[in-house]
Structures are given as C-alpha cells and as structure tokens.
Design a binder for this molecule. Structure first.
Ligand code: PMP
Length: 285
C-alpha cells in the first residue's frame, strides 16, 4: 500500500486526487521538489524545503503551511510508507480556480507528497557512463522564467529530453540563450580538466541543484579546486571527464557528447572518486 499526503491527510494512492480545475494541471502553475531518502533519513530536507519556498515566493504562491510543518509532513509521509530508501515528490499547486489564468481566482493551494522509489538510469550507466547530445531546445530565457524556480513548467526540458531519446541518449545538454552550457534536462553538469572541476554558475540559467551544491562541497573537502563559471560546448569536447548530478540521478559519468568521446570515453578517476564519496555520504560505509 502506498500512502500519499494530499489535502492535509494521508490517503491510499488510489484515493489521492486533485481537482481538474487545479491551475497546477491547467497551467503548470505550481512548484515542486524531488528529494531522496537514504537509510531511513530524508537527505538534505532543509535545503529542499528552503528551495521549495523560494520557488513559491518567486511565483507569488503562498504555501499554506510553515516550512517546519512541511518538513514534518514529508518525514511523516516517508514513515507512513515505511520507506527507508526512496524518493519523495513534493508538489505545491496554485489550487483549483476558474478557467482563465488569474491566480487570484484560485483557492486552496494543494500540497501533495508522494513517497515512492525511483530508478532513473540503469546501474550499468553508473559504471560505464552515459552518452549525451546537445539539444537544440534551449533552457528557459531568464527574462521569461528563471531556471532557478523549480516550477511545474518543464516543457522545454521535456522537448530537449525527447531530442535526446530520438538520438538514443537518456540525457541531453541544454544551452542557455547566450549559447553557453546550462545543464541537462534534469541534472546539472560538471567537467574535469587537469583535475580541476568546473560547472556552470547560477547566472548561466540553471536550476541551482542541491546535489550540485553537495558535490561542490564534497569535492572541495577532498582538496579539488571547483570553479563555478561560464562554459561553452567546446569545454565539454576537450574535457578530461564529465559527470552529471541530480537528486534522482545522484552522480553519474557522461562519456560522450554528440558522438565525440569525452576524455578516454570511460568514467575518469575524479568522477569515480566523487561518485564513491557521494555514495559514502548518502549510504554510509
Ligand atoms: N536541473 C534540472 C533542470 C532539474 O530538474 C534538476 C532536478 N531533477 C536538477 C538540475 C538537479 O537538481 P537537484 O540536485 O536539486 O535534484
């Protein structure tokens, strides 16, 4: 049995419903988070709750409960599902309203918490790396919708993901409106060159990934230099190593872009070291 938190209650997933008039559904008007549970503990819960409230604030959505109550509701949903390792999807919608965009004509923002499992990529990709293509669909223009808002509007990322699938790739690199590297459709991107790490800065039009920030910290603690900077596609082509980070993806090597091998075409030593450190941090041992 799987219990979902909706309208302030835990109900069986078959009973977990929102209105077809919810502006989250009608217009993608809402925000969300994806959070991991490792060995019975919700990983970086406070960071995720903070980002959720920042996203909501940015779209002028008032979440009808405090951050502390939200964190507690997440922990209770995880506990009710006896989930020790899994994935939480936390969604806040604008709520049901009249037809028409006006958010003032909505009532009751809906908080939905799903605690389940996720397997984004097959295990062999963590060992061998995944292939990437460059998507022609760009990341959101920052003057249209800040990529730092984790909103229910993922259509341009989905279009880029389809471009990836069409090319037989599970991920695709998205550029920003200036042609700089932004991120992948659901993951942040890191390069390694001469053992120095670099990743697009937040002003490159990216979601400021919580896994990204965690890996930056892990890498610095391990003595690596990490630069948050502007990157172009050329930097990926000439990198020694490349890897992606995300809550669902964790840390995963990427070994080619647009059919060109990155470095040796195999997961490199720095990537493997950080993957190992991330696993230790999350799973212990
Ligand atoms: N970029 C995008 C576009 C994402 O959707 C995500 C989350 N899936 C990430 C990066 C990674 O962010 P986080 O590490 O916080 O999950």
């Amino acid at each position: 049995m799987s219990l979902v938190y909706v309208a302030g209650q835990l109900v069986d997933k078959s009973e977990a419903k929102v209105s077809v008039y919810d502006h989250g559904l009608l217009y993608g008007d809402g925000v969300f988070e994806g959070i991991r549970v490792y060995v019975g503990k919700v990983f970086l819960l406070e960071e995720h709750v903070d980002r959720l409230y920042e996203s909501a604030r940015a779209i002028r959505l008032e979440i009808p409960m405090s951050p502390a109550a939200m964190a507690q509701a997440v922990r209770e949903t995880v506990a009710a599902n006896k989930l020790t390792d899994g994935y939480v999807r936390l969604v806040v919608t604008r709520g049901a309203g009249t037809l028409g965009l006006d958010p003032r004509k909505t009532a009751d923002p809906q908080v939905i918490i799903i605690a389940d499992t996720i397997a984004l990529y097959p295990p062999e990709m963590y060992a061998d790396g995944l292939r990437l293509i460059t998507a022609s669909t760009i990341r959101n223009h920052p003057q249209a919708l800040s990529a730092r808002i984790k909103s229910l509007n993922y259509l341009n990322n989905i279009l880029a993901k389809i471009e990836g699938s069409d090319a037989g790739c599970v991920e695709a690199v998205m550029m920003n409106h200036l042609g700089h590297v932004a991120e992948c459709t659901g993951d942040n991107i890191f390069l390694v060159k001469n053992r120095v790490l670099s990743t697009p800065s937040t002003d490159s039009g990216i979601l400021e990934g919580i896994t990204r920030n965690c890996v930056i910290q892990l890498a610095r603690q391990a003595g690596y230099e990490v630069r948050e900077t502007t990157l172009v596609r050329h930097d990926i082509y000439v990198a020694d190593e490349c890897f992606l980070t995300g809550t669902a993806a964790e840390v995963i090597p990427a070994t080619s872009l647009d059919g060109r091998l990155i470095g040796t075409g195999k997961p490199g030593p720095v990537t493997r070291d950080l993957l190992e450190r991330f696993r230790k941090l999350t799973r212990g041992g």
